[in-house]
Each structure stands twice: as structure tokens, then as C-alpha cells.
Design a protein around this ligand. Structure first.
Ligand code: PLP
Length: 394
């Protein structure tokens, strides 16, 4: 099997599994307990916090452990909205291609009386920095723009957007779930006030993540209860998950250059190979994308069938995001970059992992070519395109 769906989730690293197993079996105390055995778990927790902080250039006190990326996004956005509202600021700026953890939170705030501006994402999958600046108003409480997109992998100029927000005194949050552990992220250099990340996207366990909140920036708890995380997130800490996350993150960050040097040439090999398929096109900028992300549209076919046939060939891939597959709506990300419905339906996302080889890449290219050709051979849409009844878009 070739697992090419790392943007959906990743395999845990061997050392993260080892750390987790050790804690489940041995250091299972409650970090809030006063006896030594509980305090040992507390030490593990604080050691993990220091590791996570150092991986993104933060201070340990600026890290809040959460159940993952979705919770971190909710907490960041709701906190900034509440803080703004107290001063009469009820305007929020974001983009059309955010993850649903962001978009659905914004939808809810809109119903509660906030005004939301969703910026366009251009054909290259990039937000224009000047458009962020132009959208900022006196009453803007928050700007939230994702670091790297989960479907098309495009990487935004977070540092420049952060600088503008800082200059205008507006809180800036970034959903960095796809970026952390894969490309260099430094919260200080990037001018970020809040940042969300999730362990299972960088070879850590599912159900754990963190929110970075810059010292002095307002954050509130979403879950009422005990005083864990300095009152910012109640509930007994997932110590094994958190420690395994810290292990996986330290490892990923240490290997970023090595992994990129391996992945980028293979990513580009696959991109070049898929371009040989007639009437196909890459989604998002070819170079300003995550080292492991390939996303293509093929005219005249349907993404779901493509996935099932690739599955038969032992390739795990995705079409749109995992959250939207199963619904008939094409991906909001592909629509945001201007793909029309028909074309957006025929999309394929391959998110390759560090263990991929050139042989795997060639097998993927060969398989996609075969499957696209096969599906087109009985596609009525393709027949009409070939007959000139409708015109090709790609
Ligand atoms: C996966 C993902 C999330 C959600 O993270 P969970 O830990 O699964 O809740 C949020 N944003 C982006 C960009 C993601 O890729």
C-alpha cells in the first residue's frame, strides 16, 4: 500500500509510540495530584510544553494543550471575538478557503452579530497581503488566515500578514495545522498572536494538539471545570498524548530540511508526470506549496471514482478534504480558487509522506494515468468534450 493521504492524518512515529506506551503503562498518575507519582506526570507534561514551545519559537507559558486543531481554532477565534466585542469591535477578517473548524466557528459568530469578511483566494491559492490590509477597519477584532491549506497545500505570506495586523493593532490568528512540523514556523518571526496545531498531522497521536497564545493576548477557556492549563482549558491532561506529540514534533522539526530535500523532488516528479495527462491542471501555485502536497484536476471525470479505483491499486489518496467527501458539493477550496463545479469534481489530492520513494512516485503516476484514461473511456462528459459539444476548460 502507498499511503498518500498525510494531509488527512499521519502514521505515528516509532518514538512517539514508544513514549506514549511508556506513559500509559507506567507514569499514569494525575498531574494535579500532590504525591510524587502524580508530580512525575506533571514533570512529563511540563517537559512536553517546553519542547513544543521551542519547536515554534514560543515560551512554555504561551502553550495551551487542546484536543487537537479544531478545538484550538475554536478557542482562538471565540476568545478574540469576545475580547473585541467588549470594546465594540465586531468585525472579523478571514479567507474563503479556511478549514471548516474556522469557517463554521465564524458562521456561528456571524449569527451572533459579528460581521465576517471572507477574502478571496486567487487562482494561485494565495491571499493577497494588500487585500488583508484594505479589509482592516476600526472595528476589526481579529484576522485569521491559515498558514498552509489542507487541500491544495499553498503557503501564505504569514509574516507579512502578521506585520500588517501588528501595525494596525489587530489580533492575528493562524491555523497552522498543516504547516507545523512540515515547514519552518516561528511565532515571533511570523508576527503571530495565536496559532493552532494538531499532533496527528505531524506523526503524533490523534486527539491532541495545542494553541499558542502570545503573552498578553486575551484567551478564555471553552470548557469549564478544573484549573488545568492555568484555567485556560479544564480537564485532566492527556499526558501520554501530549508527551508523544512533543516527541513527534521535536523529531519532525529536527528533520524538516532533510524531509523537504527528499519530498520536494518527488512531489515535482509526480506533478510533472500528472501534467502529461491531457486536460489536467495543478491546483494552487506550483512551488509555493507544502513539500508533500500534490493536487490536480482532471477534466471529464469524477473524483470519487478515481479514488476507489486508486484504492484497488493500493493507493490511498483523497479528493477534496475528508470532511467534505461523502457530500456532493465540490470542495469549497477549489471553488474559492475559481475552479468551476465540473472541474472541481474531478480533483485528486496526493499528500505524500517521508517514506515515499521514486518507485512509488512512478507507480502513482502510472496508476493515475491508467485510471483517468479508463474513466474517461465511458464518461459522457468526456465524450461531449471530445466531440466539441462542450469546450474544454483545462
Ligand atoms: C486537520 C486540520 C484541522 C483539524 O485538526 P483536528 O486535530 O483533526 O481537529 C484544522 N485545520 C487544518 C488546516 C487541518 O488540516
Amino acid at each position: 500500500m502507498i499511503y498518500a493521504d498525510n494531509a488527512a492524518t499521519t502514521k505515528m512515529s516509532a518514538s512517539a509510540v514508544e513514549v506514549m506506551a511508556g506513559l500509559i503503562n507506567e507514569t499514569y498518575g494525575n498531574p494535579s495530584s500532590l504525591y510524587g507519582f502524580g508530580q512525575k506526570a506533571k514533570e512529563v507534561l511540563e517537559d512536553a510544553r517546553a519542547k513544543v514551545a521551542s519547536a515554534i519559537g514560543a515560551e512554555p507559558s504561551e502553550i495551551i494543550f487542546t484536543s487537537g486543531g479544531s478545538e484550538a481554532d475554536n478557542q482562538a477565534i471565540i476568545s478574540a471575538a469576545e475580547f473585541g466585542a467588549r470594546k465594540g469591535k465586531k468585525h472579523i477578517i478571514s479567507t474563503k478557503f479556511e478549514h471548516h473548524a474556522v469557517l463554521h466557528t465564524l458562521n456561528r459568530l456571524e449569527k451572533e452579530g459579528f460581521e465576517i469578511t471572507l477574502l478571496d483566494v486567487h487562482e494561485d491559492g494565495l491571499v493577497r497581503v494588500e487585500e488583508v490590509e484594505n479589509a482592516i477597519r476600526e472595528d476589526t477584532a481579529l484576522v485569521t488566515v491559515m498558514y498552509a491549506n489542507n487541500e491544495i497545500g499553498t503557503i501564505q505570506d504569514i509574516k507579512a500578514i502578521g506585520k500588517i495586523c501588528r501595525d494596525h493593532n489587530v489580533v492575528f490568528h493562524t491555523d497552522a495545522v498543516q504547516a507545523v512540523g512540515h515547514i519552518r514556523v516561528d511565532v515571533k518571526e511570523d508576527n503571530v498572536d495565536m496559532l493552532s496545531a494538531s499532533a496527528h498531522k505531524f506523526h503524533g497521536p490523534k486527539g491532541t494538539g495545542f494553541l499558542y497564545v502570545r503573552k498578553g493576548v486575551y484567551v478564555r477557556n471553552l470548557i469549564d471545570g478544573g484549573a488545568q492549563e492555568k484555567g485556560r482549558r479544564a480537564g485532566t491532561e492527556n499526558v501520554p498524548g501530549i508527551a508523544a506529540m512533543a516527541e513527534a514534533l521535536s523529531e519532525s522539526v529536527k528533520d524538516i530540511d532533510k524531509n523537504s530535500a527528499h519530498l520536494i523532488p518527488i512531489r515535482d516528479r509526480i506533478i510533472n508526470g500528472l501534467y502529461e495527462i491531457p486536460h489536467s491542471d495543478i491546483n494552487g501555485d506550483r512551488n509555493r506549496r507544502l513539500p508533500g502536497n500534490i493536487n490536480f484536476c482532471f477534466e471529464g471525470i469524477e473524483g470519487e471514482s478515481l479514488l476507489l479505483l486508486l484504492d484497488d491499486k493500493g493507493i490511498c489518496a483523497s479528493s477534496g478534504s475528508a470532511c467534505t467527501s461523502g457530500s456532493l458539493d465540490p470542495s469549497h477550496v477549489l471553488l474559492a480558487i475559481g475552479r468551476v463545479h465540473d472541474v472541481a469534481h474531478g480533483s485528486l489530492r496526493l499528500s505524500i509522506g517521508e517514506d515515499i520513494t521514486n518507485d512509488d512516485a512512478d507507480y502513482i503516476i502510472r496508476s493515475v494515468k491508467e485510471v483517468v484514461e479508463y474513466l474517461r473511456s465511458f464518461s459522457p462528459v468526456w465524450r461531449d468534450l471530445q466531440a466539441g459539444k462542450t469546450s474544454f476548460i483545462l
